[in-house]
Design a protein around this ligand. Structure first.
Ligand SMILES: *[C@@H]1O[C@H](CO)[C@@H](O)[C@H](O)[C@H]1NC(C)=O
Length: 228
């Protein structure tokens, strides 16, 4: 009797934990077949698993292929960085596989500005140069948001946990190159400044004035900077 109720309690605890875990984490689904090459048109479609899949009979080696991550991109823009994403839109064979990659080029002192990948954790691998890499925790119980920062050189790896604000700066005197891999076929990007100050239509400046506790003129200036 005693033993039975302890067992029942343990089973219930495990079931509750499993439920809590499945509610707390929402990652890309596990594939239900070898692959599901994404297609935009309805012809040659076989079955659905989140997205339409290309009929396996019509799948080619090229569906799993992307070329050009060896090519440096133009970093002469305002930020001094540029990213080449290889997500499901660029490589349809990634569909349902929960993985993707990007190349990031940094001019000296170039900044990859504070941003979030809402759907994936990022592993950053520095190939060349010296980066300062940081991320900030979500709001903690004590009201703090902790900043974690590390200087990275070639061969160093840093992880940015899913959904957290992160950024990098090239603190070296020469260019830097990094690869970023994600546990998502489409990690998504929210660039903080653009999302907050450059939304279309704009967020009411009175709201941002209160939220950021600055003069309204400053908010309007920022909205002009980031507005379309
Ligand atoms: C990034 O690089 C590509 C290729 O060099 C270029 O076409 C594009 O305009 C660049 N984007 C930015 C934001 O500088």
């Amino acid at each position: 009797m005693m033993k039975g109720s302890v067992l029942m309690y343990q089973v219930a605890t495990v079931a509750l934990l499993a439920l809590a875990c499945s509610l707390a984490f929402a990652y890309d689904p596990s594939p239900l077949q070898d692959f599901c090459v994404a297609v935009d048109k309805y012809d040659f479609v076989a079955f659905v698993n989140g997205k339409f899949c290309k009929d396996p009979k019509n799948v080619k080696a090229e569906d799993f292929f992307f070329s050009g991550l060896n090519i440096a991109t133009d970093t002469s823009g305002q930020l001094g960085t540029n990213a080449t994403n290889v997500f499901v839109d660029q490589l349809p064979g990634l569909n349902t596989l929960g993985i993707s990659i990007a190349r990031i080029d940094y001019a000296p002192y170039g900044v990859n500005p504070p941003h979030i990948h809402p759907l994936g954790t990022e592993l950053l691998i520095v190939l060349e140069g010296t980066l300062l890499a940081s991320f900030v925790t979500s709001n903690q119980a004590d009201g703090e948001n902790r900043l974690f920062t590390k200087v990275l050189n070639a061969g160093d790896v840093y992880v940015f946990p899913i959904g957290l604000i992160h950024f990098q700066m090239n603190i070296g005197k020469s260019k830097a190159i990094a690869l970023a891999s994600f546990n998502s076929q489409n990690p998504g990007v929210i660039t903080i400044a653009n999302a907050v100050f450059g939304s279309e239509p704009p967020i009411n400046p009175d709201i941002l004035t209160k939220a950021f506790q600055v003069d309204k003129n400053l908010i309007e200036y920022l909205q002009k900077q980031f507005g379309k």
